[in-house]
Ligand binder design. Structure first.
Ligand code: HXC
Length: 514
């Protein structure tokens, strides 16, 4: 039997809760919807397993004397489950002070980050914010610092995921940028350091929010976004899918799934790669015939498309896949592809996900622009990332593996545990024509028909050197395999390497070329 005073207290709690749930009030919630956005709580409901969200700190409020000030400080925080596994989360509420970050807003976010760290569970942040709360002045800047420091400390310990579903302005972009993966959605996501107004004043460039830092820009050009969805709901579903490939923390293994057969018949692998080494093809046609269900969950799909990276499964085990894409720039490695590959390999290594690399690479992309912008510095990241990684690393050389790009792409020398080559592989210091031009320069200069001679010498070189057997003879390739056996070999290799242990010398941290 409830006594009168308890009934009163419960009524009071109900009122406080209703006030907290009202966010910034009806008018602002309406505005939120009118701009094509959902509320902070609706987003969490879509992200998490139904009915699992547990909110904390709903009654946090700033120091204002206004008795009507909204509760919650512009961010909804707590935890829930995704596919039954715990995750911590926060979702900024644009209806309260534009989701801007002040001291208490930051304190709420930091609290869930600290809990996520202690519990060893991923943290997911949904960003929709006007940036530092202007009224709080430098306190708001210090508050951001607290979040950034945690982003860096938690990096490599638990997966950190950002979903940008609104503005992310000024220094506020740096929390998403410090996390492992950033999702954006068409029309709603806007990320920029300086908005269109400041940009115009500083540079004269007249651009819209969309042109400056919309979803397409960040998924195709800047590489800030790893995933772009057509709408908020699909972005949140993609986060759920991503988590199926990841362990909850760096001391756990990714969750196993039921094995599925790959797409197509093994025989199809005999014809995917064209016999003519100068012909392009889509390397995904190989990957789909090797991975469970033919499914690759691509990361950075639209950025640096000359490389393909993503998560898949082999016999139910989560793997990171890296591949050159001969269909774009002939699969050459450029600055953006280097960044893309290196960061992905480092993520996989931090979270115990084996890396399988499919190689068909003619070299690093030549050109003044690449050299001047630092292809040396960026390309070095790939070498560093593969060399540093201690997870199982398996390479499959499909066709071209030339020069420095061959060494960079998980060669045995740089630390692959196993390197297989298809019979179509050409492992050499450079392509046959380039080699012939250098080796026979004098002869070609004095030839009656230099073009015919070059063709002849190129063919000779190709016959002699452009095959997998010279590298095999030196132990740089562990075996030349029938393409149809690729998946079976990978299943076996992953099993043999399951308990792999590789030590590194103790150090504070390495100094990856950034
Ligand atoms: C306080 C803010 C705010 C902010 C928006 N609001 N940004 N309040 N601090 N930073 C409030 C608005 O006053 C308004 O309140 C409500 O949120 C909705 O804002 P609108 O402007 O009406 O919305 P919209 O037209 O959608 O425009 C969104 C916007 C714009 C593009 C984000 O609000 C904007 O430009 N805000 C300022 C962005 C900015 O310069 N931030 C500081 C960046 S510097 P009412 O009461 O009218 O509903 C920074 C440093 C971080 O972030 C440093 C980290 C190291």
């Amino acid at each position: 039997m409830l006594n009168e005073s308890m009934a009163e207290k419960l009524e009071q709690l109900k009122q406080w809760r209703a006030r907290s749930r009202a966010g910034g009030g009806e008018r602002r919630v309406k505005q939120q919807r009118a701009s094509g956005k959902q509320t902070a709580r609706e987003r969490l409901e879509q992200l998490l397993d139904p009915g699992t969200f547990v909110e904390i700190d709903p009654f946090v409020q700033g120091s204002s004397d206004d008795p009507e000030q909204p509760l919650g400080e512009g961010v909804v925080t707590g935890w829930g489950r995704i596919h039954g596994r715990p995750v911590y989360c926060f979702s900024q509420d644009f209806t309260i002070f534009g989701g801007s970050v002040g001291e208490l807003h930051s304190r709420k976010i930091c609290k869930v980050m600290d809990l996520a760290y202690k519990a060893g569970a991923p943290v997911i942040g949904i960003n929709d914010s006007g940036g530092a709360r202007i009224q709080e002045g430098v306190d708001a800047l210090g508050a951001y610092g607290e979040i950034f420091a945690r982003n860096a400390r938690l990096s490599g310990v638990i997966p950190q995921i950002s979903v940008v579903l609104g503005p992310s302005a000024g220094g506020a972009v740096y929390s998403p940028a410090l996390t492992d993966f950033t999702f954006v959605a068409d029309n709603v996501s806007k990320m920029f350091i300086t908005g269109p107004q400041v940009t115009k004043a500083a540079t004269g460039e007249d651009v819209t929010f969309e042109e400056l830092g919309g979803a397409v820009i960040h998924s195709t050009k800047s590489g800030v976004a790893h995933f772009r969805a057509a709408a908020e709901a699909s972005a949140l579903q993609m986060v759920r899918e991503l988590l199926t490939y990841l362990p909850s923390n760096n001391q756990a293994l990714p969750p196993p799934a039921d094995p599925l057969p790959p797409a197509g018949a093994p025989d199809e692998l005999l014809t995917v790669v064209p016999a003519d080494p100068n012909k392009a093809y889509d390397v995904r046609d190989v990957l789909h015939r090797v991975l469970d269900g033919g499914h690759l969950f691509e990361v950075h799909r639209e950025f640096a498309p000359n490389a393909v990276v993503g998560f898949g499964r082999i016999h139910g085990q989560s793997v990171g896949v890296v591949a050159n894409q001969p269909r774009v720039l002939a699969g050459c490695l450029d600055i953006d592809a280097s960044d893309k590959i290196a960061r992905f390999v480092r993520f996989c290594d931090a979270f115990n996900i084996p890396v399988i690399t499919f190689i068909d690479v003619p070299g690093f992309l030549p050109g003044v622009s690449q050299e001047h912008r630092g292809i040396i510095r960026h390309g070095a990241k790939i070498l560093y990332a593969y060399a540093e990684a201690t997870v199982p690393k398996i390479a499959v050389i499909l066709r071209k593996a030339y020069g420095g790009a061959y060494v960079a792409m998980s060669s045995r020398g740089i630390g692959a545990d196993l390197a297989y080559a298809w019979p179509t592989a050409e492992i050499a210091v450079m392509g046959p024509e380039g080699a012939a031009q250098i080796l026979y320069r004098n002869e070609l200069a004095h030839a009656d028909d230099p073009a015919a001679l070059l063709k002849q010498r190129t063919e000779e070189y190709r016959r002699r050197f452009a095959n997998p057997y010279i590298a095999s003879a030196r132990g740089m390739v562990d075996d030349v395999i029938d393409p149809r056996e690729t998946r079976a070999r990978l299943v076996d290799a992953l099993d043999m390497l399951a308990d792999k242990r590789e030590e590194r010398p103790p150090k504070k941290h390495g100094n990856i070329p950034l």
